[in-house]
Ligand binder design. Structure first.
Ligand SMILES: Nc1nc2c(ncn2[C@@H]2O[C@H](COP(=O)(O)OP(=O)(O)OP(=O)(O)O)[C@@H](O)[C@H]2O)c(=O)[nH]1
Length: 312
């Protein structure tokens, strides 16, 4: 007789997902500072380890400078290094951990979702729709990724799951026209939140920029202040590639916030810190699984302690 395993809590899924990053970091720190002093050699080893862990050059350097100022030529324990790292990381993340706020004055509050294909955009839209509904808001989805039939169908599935309307058109149709219709219908139906999916093909940046600009232009015909949020979805498992994607999308769209997905997978959690440091964009939420409840608010302190291995 097979016993059904209870679904793990999101906290432990996140911890499991971050395990690889965590053990590389804490294991590396332990082996460098095993009864050793903080000197030029150990500092260099630490800096290399932090950079290898996707934390970014700036953050890695700052942690080392900070430790050096406090403890140079003195003995230091691995725990002290971990605590200093957690504090530095937490300081960076605190500044960007901001839940998404829906302005009830917007009818609808329009959210444009951008990011490369496969980053988890559609799944995140589905999860967000559920959360908005739980908050008593009416939601509509728009299948603005008109390039692929599968993307449209997937959004329809999330619409059915949440029992919310999905505005969609033909494959290959005009995404801006669809966005225009969606805002119009959302207005007519007095919808609180409209989430618009978009195509995320990075191959041709000029085209991507043109398409996103056109979508924004037509949305503004209904409401000059819309879109009220443009959220970039990044896949944590892609490591440094996520940084490159954020750079591109900042250029082609006026990104106002981030959601980082797949932190439950073979996550390279350090990249979230590098992103926070480099772009200073609000991190609204993190994805820790494929199901509807797996989108969590981002807690800077908890994440930092977990990443460096201080959270048991
Ligand atoms: N483990 C895990 N998987 C996720 C998460 N978010 C999304 N996924 C999975 O990642 C895959 C891609 O997600 P999609 O939502 O289809 O990504 P997309 O950006 O919309 O990509 P296209 O549909 O190709 O445009 C799917 O198999 C999702 O189930 C997450 O937080 N954790």
């Amino acid at each position: 007789m097979s016993e059904e395993q209870p679904k793990k809590g999101w906290f432990s899924r996140l911890k499991d997902g971050l395990k690889r990053s965590t053990s590389a970091l804490s294991g590396g720190i332990s082996s460098i500072f095993n009864k050793k002093r903080l000197d030029a050699t150990t500092l260099e080893e630490l800096e290399d380890l932090l950079i290898m862990s996707d934390l970014g050059v700036e953050v890695s350097r700052r942690v080392c400078d900070r430790l050096s100022a406090q403890k140079y030529d003195k003995e230091i324990s691995a725990e002290e290094v971990q605590a200093a790292l957690a504090e530095e990381v937490s300081g960076i993340l605190e500044a960007v951990a901001k839940p998404l706020e829906i302005n009830p004055g917007n009818h609808p509050h329009v959210i444009l979702m951008v990011g490369v294909n496969g980053s988890g955009k559609t799944t995140t839209i589905g999860k967000m729709a559920k959360q908005f509904q739980n908050d008593g808001k009416s939601v509509m989805l728009a299948a603005g990724d008109t390039f692929r039939a599968a993307a449209i169908e997937q959004l329809q599935v999330w619409g059915e799951r949440n029992n919310v309307p999905v505005i969609s058109g033909k494959v290959g149709g005009d995404a801006a026209g669809l966005a225009f219709d969606a805002v119009k219908q959302a207005k007519e139906q007095n919808i609180d939140v409209l989430l618009i999916d978009t195509a995320g093909r990075l191959q041709n940046k000029d085209y991507l920029m043109e398409e996103l600009a056109k979508i924004v232009r037509v949305i503004k015909k209904h409401d000059e202040t819309a879109p009220h949020d443009t959220i970039l979805v990044l896949d944590a498992t892609t490591g440094q590639n996520a940084i490159m994607q954020a750079e591109v999308f900042q250029k082609v769209a006026n990104v106002t916030g981030l959601v980082m997905t797949k932190l439950d997978g073979t996550a390279r959690g350090g990249v979230l810190v590098a992103c926070a440091e480099k772009f200073a964009l609000p991190i609204h939420a993190i994805g820790v699984g494929e199901s509807i409840d797996d989108l969590q608010p981002f807690n800077a302190d908890e994440f930092s302690r977990m990443l460096v291995g201080l959270e048991s």
